[in-house]
Design a protein around this ligand. Sequence first.
Ligand code: SF4
Ligand code: SF4
Length: 336
Amino acid sequence: MTLKGLRRGKGGLDCKRLGRLDEREGAALVRRAYDRGIRLFAATREYSGTEERAARGLEGIGRSEYLLLTDVRASDAESFRRSLDESLRALGTEYVDVLCLRGVRPEDISDGLREAMSEAKRSRRVRAIGLASDSVESAREAVCGGFFDAVLYPLNSLSAPEELEIAALAEECGVYFFASMPMAGGLLRSAAGAMAFLRGVGNVHPLWGAEYPWQIDETAALERRPPRSTKLLRERIEGEREMSAGLLCRGCGECMPCPVGIDIPFAARAGYIVHIAPRGAYTDAETRGKMRLATKCVGCGYCADRCRFGLNVRGLIRRGVNEYREYMWEQGEEWE
Ligand code: SF4
Ligand code: SF4
């Protein structure tokens, strides 16, 4: 299947962070991106308000002029249909170009859910069905399994060779590869380096996060005139890689379970998660409890033994706790 208007290596705007802005500001950033040439907009059901902001920002523009991607969490046919209906309503459209299913491993997808996804394509409410996953195995299975048209996976210059291979495999199999976290959740500083790197990996479509007008302008300018991979840029990419490779938790959960009960994928990425989510989204009692438990890590090392990326998991959890503490302080909330 072909997504009309999505050229090789073209990226788009990841609207997740727009939930942190009020609706008018978020919509203005979407329109700014469109006016500067961005034609792919990725929203999500995960963070409330992002689909609405995308819809408002694109109001009045012909639907065939841009592409919409969104992701839904569904474990059965009924929740899938319901989520799709909600997404279409929030986005103010009759179809989405790419709908990514999140939170299910390909091998666990029931026949009913598969049929509901196929039916959504037949009825043209969805052009392409994708899988959104942080797990290497699930992403690979989605690419090779023959059912999915697209995969949404975090990919950047800190990614391991086996992750980069999935992008190459996707190109071979004719599956679209959308890369979330192209700047590794803020660990990378050079957008030009991040873009040059991903363009060298294969036919990858990065989804760039933005919260400020200058970020939109920078991304749009780079998308219009992609940077060439010069020696200087390659050295910069390598330098960033050396500095930050051990800090990127993918959230795959392979290090679980923790004997203390710590939600490691959340705690290790807490700083990143709270800073892209709508303000106040993680001040609830459940998250407070989860992060309080993270301070009880006994350093047994089971998680580090299981992390295939060789991360210093305990160090990442400590960092997550510190960043959560700072976040709660910024929100004016008592935590400890
Ligand atoms: S080192 Fe800490 S987080 Fe890791 S498994 Fe042990 S108690 Fe859990
Ligand atoms: S610490 Fe390693 S295994 Fe655990 S979620 Fe992060 S990347 Fe995955």
